[in-house]
Design a binder for this molecule. Structure first.
Ligand code: SAM
Length: 245
């Protein structure tokens, strides 16, 4: 049987970020590392899709999108975050690790044209909180907006679900990190109903008091297209880059 041999890729160097940065930008933690490990373990699937454009929503330090970019050296990388400190940290992390990451200050996928994302990654604010706590975190642009997720930790993710189907290219993949309280089986049903995506949990880990999971989602059989020849994304990146704060 043919096998894909891929060299192990170490975690990106983050030594340019200080404790002062982590007062304003989410510091990589167990959730970040599970997502990075899951992407590494899924590299054969990723390479097989020949992705031209990878996007991370909520890139924080830039650890995940930079790692993805090192797994997929030919892909263009775009990273959105509502936090402009995260935009700057992400660009710096890409540069420190030899990958250009275009940072965009945007809510979810709001600045992107439909159908252009080949790989989408999201580690959302997933911690269950009251709606008031989430609203206040967003209003004050506090670091707690990085983790406060509203009831069941789902308010931010649930807003994204209807946008996923239109955003992904025909062979696109979506990787989602969450915790058990987010109710992954209900998320899988909503992904099918609202985005036409089939999901499978590809990684799970217990970390302190959290039961973390990573889901990989792709279009259901009939609607999924085979990977197409690589497309030139430079124009799309230039358009997206206009929104950089
Ligand atoms: C749990 S942190 C994850 C950070 C990083 N991806 C990681 O794994 O370490 C969630 C990130 O999502 C960002 N975020 C929260 N709401 C967002 C929204 N509506 N659109 C884009 N980014 C958002 C936060 O600013 C934060 O950087």
């Amino acid at each position: 049987m043919a096998s894909t041999k891929v060299a192990a890729v170490a975690l990106p160097d983050l030594s340019h970020l200080s404790s002062a940065d982590y007062e304003r930008v989410y510091e990589p933690s167990d959730d970040t590392f599970l997502l990075v490990d899951a992407l590494s373990a899924d590299v054969a699937e990723l390479l097989g899709r020949r992705p031209a454009l990878c996007v991370e929503i909520g890139s924080g330090s830039g650890c995940v999108i930079t790692h993805l970019g090192r797994l997929l050296p030919d892909a263009a990388l775009l990273a959105g975050d509502v936090n402009h400190h995260a935009n700057r940290a992400t660009a710096a992390t890409g540069a420190a690790n030899g990958r250009r990451v275009v940072p965009v200050q945007m809510d979810l996928l709001s600045a992107l044209r439909p159908g252009i994302v080949d790989v989408l990654v999201f580690n959302p604010p997933y911690v269950p909180t009251s709606t008031e706590e989430l609203v206040e975190a967003v209003a004050t642009a506090d670091i707690s907006a990085a983790w406060a997720g509203g009831p069941r930790g789902r308010l931010v993710l649930d807003r994204l679900l209807p946008a996923l189907g239109p955003a992904l290219s025909p062979s696109g993949l979506f990787y989602l990190l969450g915790v058990a309280e987010n109710e992954p089986s209900e998320i899988a049903s909503l992904l099918r109903e609202q985005a036409g995506l089939e999901s499978v949990v590809i990684a799970e880990r217990r970390a302190q008091n959290e039961r973390l999971f990573v889901m990989r989602c792709r279009r259901g059989g009939a609607t999924e297209a085979p990977p197409s020849p690589r497309r030139d994304r430079s124009g799309e990146l230039a358009t997206a880059a206009e929104s950089i704060s």
